[in-house]
Design a protein. Structure first.
Length: 204
């Protein structure tokens, strides 16, 4: 029967009263703030002991276990972190649309989420952000050809998957490696950090 009448996001500010995100611009800034916080938390985890343990488990679980990394414990940590982020996103989504219905979480949404991951790059924070932006804007750009919209959309995704199996982030990493090999890193000089994750900040 759906749950209706869900209020918009609100925030109580001491001395300023209660602020509610009613307009689309307000909703956008709330979503942007949540996105920045989530990305910051994920990157912090990646470069922590937990992140290094997850890297080790992804590369070779048996070897990681022999080095004293308990696979079950860290898998539960990864699962709990992912569930927490999904819960935050779901709570914001419910307040954005002000209704919760079983039909909202359709198969199309699941496909879009998978496309975002594979298009940007599996396990890459930067790739997921890029993939989300492209998947959000590409269908809108193809509205000029409603009859061929899905055909063009599918063809573009097929070409990207065949030509860039590692996703867009993989292509960016290859470009960065070429720049470093030529002695001109992106950003105008400087030296590479003494240590960085083997796969450019990816997470299991």
């Amino acid at each position: 029967m759906c749950i209706t009448g869900i209020p918009y996001p609100s925030l109580s500010l001491p001395g300023f009263g209660q602020w509610r995100a009613v307009t689309l611009a307000d909703q956008y800034y709330v979503a942007l703030a949540l996105c920045v916080v989530v990305v910051a938390v994920i990157r912090r985890v990646i470069h922590s002991r937990v992140g290094r343990s997850l890297h080790a488990l992804r590369d070779d679980e048996a070897l990681a276990a022999s080095m004293g990394i308990p696979p079950l414990r860290y898998k539960m940590v990864a699962f709990a972190l992912g569930a927490a982020i999904a819960g935050i996103a779901g709570a914001f989504w419910a307040r954005y649309v002000t209704i919760v219905c079983p039909t909202e979480m359709s198969l199309n949404l699941t496909i879009d989420l998978l496309v975002i991951v594979f298009l940007g790059g599996v396990g890459s924070v930067r790739g997921v952000v890029i993939g989300a932006v492209l998947v959000a804007f590409l269908p809108e750009m193809l509205r000029i050809t409603p009859s061929l919209r899905l055909v063009i959309y599918g063809a573009l995704l097929l070409v990207l998957i065949l030509r860039m199996p590692e996703g867009i982030d993989g292509m960016i990493r290859r470009w960065e490696q070429r720049w470093r090999a030529r002695g001109a890193p992106p950003g105008g000089g400087g030296t590479a950090p003494a240590w960085e994750p083997r796969d450019g900040g990816q997470m299991a």
